[in-house]
Design a protein. Structure first.
Length: 451
């Protein structure tokens, strides 16, 4: 990184950043309180609130959102007449999955091979620290030239909409000229990227019932309808032969015209086993950024160990459907539920319930804020030009903010590049990326104040 005072300040703050991220990662802040204590999320929220207060933020508050979680808000006033920028991150995290599969404990930040490992290190506790680093660098080099609002969400990973509903009920709270969502990531390490589209999502829990109770498979198998087999048939109907998502009535999506994703690089990033084919058709970018994608997240059925020779009376699954920009997530939910019912065999009883939803998002990359970001990235990443990419994941708040503040410019950056393995075991963050993106954000705020 070329030498400049902001970059030098951020570099000097990196040991502090590691210590703070260590503290924040230690909170098991999964917003599923059936699995993890609510006190862990509350502790993480207080940590963020205390950090904002220590940086001179005013009106710091723990906002009780309708889904039973807390979002953290703070306001840092800038010069009179300055623009206002909202910085977003979330402190809640995905469950660690199989903790025994982690090389080091998921809630202990651990340095290994030049990366920092821990659940939330990249998604998105690292985003909280990134915002703090950028603001500290500006304060040490002439001050923060804009009004800054920070909002740290407490349930983004659950898709339960707490902050969206709170923002709709308090529309003045998050008003801003520009919004920086720190929950995306570079296309690859060292390639500065802004995300201009997000797929939306819906999650549906489907239940299939065929019998009043389990039956002996020897005595009744062959005629008694097996609920688990029926569920498998239903789930299989959601994919074509090549693996493409097929939901009755749902548009197949379109092509992606921006930055392309080399298939070999994708296989490496996704750690696809040798000889296993990718699914779907079209370019990789088409498939992961511009088309719908269904995933079976889990199935309730007896585990292999301890299973008995029984015909299953009931079975259920959690199904996720990602929907591209241009498709309404609520309509996609209805189509998915109708498809599940229509494809259930043998007259089995089927029911479904939506458990989460987020709309897709498309930004306007021609706005002045994007020019300020491009200039900042050119300094933080010497020799590299800012790239535009899509993201297959969802950030439900984006559409809520776009609807509430239609004049606001929205940019998505962050730490979730492919090596970060967000949502998987051994999630990690590149400290070099954290440093460069903190410099980027600081320079962006300075550029944006004068553009």
């Amino acid at each position: 990184m070329s030498s400049n005072p902001v970059a030098e300040t951020v570099a000097s703050l990196m040991p502090r950043a590691k210590a703070e991220l260590t503290e924040l990662v230690a909170f098991k802040s999964v917003a599923d309180f059936d699995q993890f204590p609510k006190t862990e999320s509350e502790g993480a929220a207080r940590w963020v609130a205390d950090a904002l207060a220590a940086e001179g933020f005013q009106d710091v508050a723990l906002l009780d959102t309708p889904d039973g979680t807390q979002s953290v808000y703070g306001y840092l006033p800038g010069p009179e007449g300055a623009r206002t920028v909202l910085l977003y991150a979330h402190y809640d995290v995905q469950p660690p999955l199989d903790e025994s599969a982690w090389t080091t404990p998921p809630f202990e930040l651990t340095e290994r091979d030049g990366r920092w490992y821990g659940r939330g290190a990249a998604d998105c506790k690292g985003g909280v620290v990134m915002h703090l680093l950028a603001l500290r660098a500006l304060k040490a080099n002439g001050g923060v030239p804009v009004h800054v609002k920070v909002i740290a969400e407490g349930s983004e990973e659950m898709g339960t909409g707490g902050l969206e509903r709170y923002a709709e009920a308090h529309p003045d709270l998050l008003t801003a000229d520009t919004i920086v969502i720190g929950d995306a990531g570079n296309f690859r390490v060292g390639l500065p990227t802004v995300t201009t589209t997000l797929r939306g999502m819906t999650m549906v829990r489907v239940s299939v019932d065929t019998l009043e109770g389990n039956l002996h498979s020897g005595q009744f198998g062959g005629a008694a309808p097996d609920a688990l087999a029926a569920l498998i048939r239903v789930l299989d109907s959601l994919r074509a032969e090549d693996g493409s998502t097929t939901v009755d009535g749902l548009p197949a999506g379109s092509g992606w015209e921006g930055l392309q994703y080399d298939e070999g690089q994708f296989r490496t990033d996704a750690k696809v086993l040798d000889g296993v084919e990718l699914i779907g058709s079209g370019t990789v970018a088409d498939r992961i950024w511009a088309r719908p994608a269904v995933t079976v997240l889990g199935i309730d059925c007896p585990p292999v160990v301890g299973a008995t020779p029984s015909v299953q009376a009931s079975a259920r699954a959690l199904v996720s459907l990602r929907v591209p920009p241009g498709v309404d997530a609520a309509e996609a939910t209805k189509l998915l539920q109708a498809h599940l019912e229509a494809h259930t065999p043998w007259g089995a009883r089927v029911s479904s319930a939506q458990v989460g939803q987020g709309q897709p998002f498309r930004a306007d990359p021609t706005s002045p804020a994007y020019q300020a970001m491009a200039e900042a990235m050119a300094v933080a990443y010497p020799g590299q030009e800012m790239q535009y990419a899509g993201q297959g994941g969802s950030i439900p708040l984006c559409n809520t903010l776009a609807a509430l503040y239609p004049e606001a410019e929205i940019l998505l950056i962050g730490l979730s590049e492919p090596e970060a393995q967000i949502h998987a075991v051994n999630e990690s963050v590149s400290p070099e990326e954290l440093e460069r993106l903190a410099v980027t954000e600081a320079l962006f705020l300075r550029n944006y104040a004068t553009n």
